[in-house]
Design a protein around this ligand. Structure first.
Ligand SMILES: [Zn+2]
Ligand SMILES: [Zn+2]
Length: 173
């Protein structure tokens, strides 16, 4: 049973069963190492850190992120920068965005939260706790993992969207 759910117009959060290839109508963010990032790059176990696609691979309508959901805050800011760089312009151009991970509760929902807060600015932007409270009202199925929640809270100020519009808006804050 898929958990594909709409959390905002043209923004869907989903589990592994909803994995599909992106299209001109719907861009897909695959927010899981296993199986999607592994499949997209073609490796088993782990990829060498030096590999150019170690953190992410982006095609026209798909982004594959090397994300796991560890108990500690073992994430890299660059993964989230790659997410914004892929998702923000596609959403703005009118594409639907489908973000999926394995359970559809932690990684995928947290990326949707980031986009809604730091790019679309329809959720509180000044703290992770504030954004999360707002997001939970849109998506009660969100259950951020402990490590991911800790990372987002600790690095919240650095997790900004790099698009021209957000950078321009940030300058006037
Ligand atoms: Zn996938
Ligand atoms: Zn932006």
């Amino acid at each position: 049973m898929s958990t594909l759910r709409s959390v905002y117009p043209r923004l869907w959060v989903a589990d592994q069963d909803a994995c599909c290839s992106g299209s001109p109508e719907c861009a897909v963010v695959h927010a899981c190492k296993i199986p999607c990032h592994q499949r997209a790059i073609g490796y088993t176990k782990s990829l060498a850190r030096e590999h150019p696609n170690y953190l992410a691979r982006a095609d026209a309508h798909d982004l594959w992120l090397n994300l796991i959901d560890p108990p500690g805050p073992l994430f890299q800011l660059e993964s989230f920068r790659q997410f914004f760089a892929f998702a923000a312009p596609r959403y703005d151009s009118g594409q639907t965005l489908r973000i999926h991970c394995n359970q559809g509760e932690s990684r995928s929902a947290s990326l949707a939260l980031l986009l809604l807060s730091r790019h679309m600015r329809i959720l509180p932007q000044h703290s992770y706790a504030g954004a999360l409270a707002g997001y939970m009202a849109l998506d009660p199925g969100c259950r951020p993992g402990q490590g991911l929640a800790q990372f987002l809270a600790q690095n919240w100020q650095l997790l900004d969207c790099g698009c021209a519009r957000c950078q321009g808006a940030g300058a006037s804050n």
